[in-house]
Design a protein around this ligand. Structure first.
Ligand SMILES: Nc1ncnc2c1ncn2[C@@H]1O[C@H](COP(=O)(O)OP(=O)(O)OP(=O)(O)O)[C@@H](O)[C@H]1O
Ligand SMILES: [Mg+2]
Length: 256
């Protein structure tokens, strides 16, 4: 039987004055690839942030279990150390912190990734080459002045370096040109192959899914997970959009 890596049970969450997610149930099996789709503003990024423990959001009910432990009240740095990674839809700029130092620091905090400076340098160099990202980025301040596509590649660099158990990729494909999309897709494939990682891919674009074996597709509308299916659901959404799901939710009275 497939081991379950992440279980979300009856989760409701939002900001102090705005409920956003309503009674979410989600199970990700170890090594599986899940896709989360939904219209703009549905709550997809919020779910990613809540799984990561972003303190901007409060959990009002329900629980999150990761790798057998209840992490509902854990801070995001502890979740990160436990093996959860969130690739941000809009990666933040961190002035004053060179990318290389940032990467070295986060790896040194993880016993399984601690290594000599020389080996670390080699590994980072290999990944940069794989992502066709110039070494010169390593000395620049984290994300400061990086183009949209460069920021997404830097998120991939972190993913490949950290090899987390669970990677939540929030529109990692958005804003990428055709070549960059192909490089990032290969990076995701490499992550899956290297460590049998589990993926939750949030996307509006089915191109990125072409290279991935999708196990389950989930649809979110107005903070509710309204449908779940296999990879064919992606094709249906591509062809017909979300109106069917929105109508079904409205018919059930779920218009919160
Ligand atoms: N920190 C916040 N403060 C106030 N409102 C928020 C906050 N975070 C999210 N929201 C609101 O919650 C709703 C869901 O936002 P979210 O970013 O999760 O949507 P999304 O499904 O990721 O959309 P998109 O496809 O456009 O990225 C939106 O109405 C958004 O404005
Ligand atoms: Mg979003």
């Amino acid at each position: 039987m497939q081991d379950t890596l992440l279980t979300i049970d009856g989760l409701s969450a939002g900001t102090e004055d705005k409920p956003i997610l309503h009674d979410i149930h989600l199970e990700l099996g170890s090594g599986q690839t899940h896709v989360l789709m939904g219209p703009n503003g549905a709550g997809k990024s919020t779910l990613g942030h809540v799984i990561m423990g972003d303190p901007s959001y409060q959990v009002t009910s329900g629980s999150i279990t990761f790798d057998g432990a209840d992490i509902t009240d854990l801070t995001s740095d502890k979740r990160s150390l436990a093996g959860i990674f969130l690739s941000y839809q809009a990666p933040v700029e961190v002035p004053g912190v060179p990318l290389y130092s940032f990467l070295r620091t986060i790896c040194q905090m993880r016993p399984e990734l601690k290594t000599t400076a020389r080996k670390f340098r080699e590994r980072v160099g290999q990944i940069c080459e794989q992502l066709e990202l110039s070494d010169s980025f390593l000395m620049r301040e984290l994300n400061v002045g990086f183009s949209g596509g460069e920021k997404k590649k830097v998120e991939m660099l972190q993913l490949l370096l950290l090899q987390p158990k669970l990677a939540i990729l929030d529109e990692t494909d958005s804003g990428l040109d055709v070549d960059a999309l192909s490089i990032v897709s290969r990076g995701i494939e490499a992550y899956r192959a290297q460590c049998d990682g589990t993926l939750l891919v949030i996307t509006h674009n089915t191109r990125i899914l072409e290279r991935l074996d999708v196990d389950r597709t989930h649809v979110m509308v107005r903070g509710h997970l309204v449908a779940e299916g296999d990879a064919s659901l992606v094709g249906e959404i591509d062809a017909s959009g979300f109106s069917r799901f929105e109508d079904e939710l409205a018919a059930k009275g779920g218009v919160a």
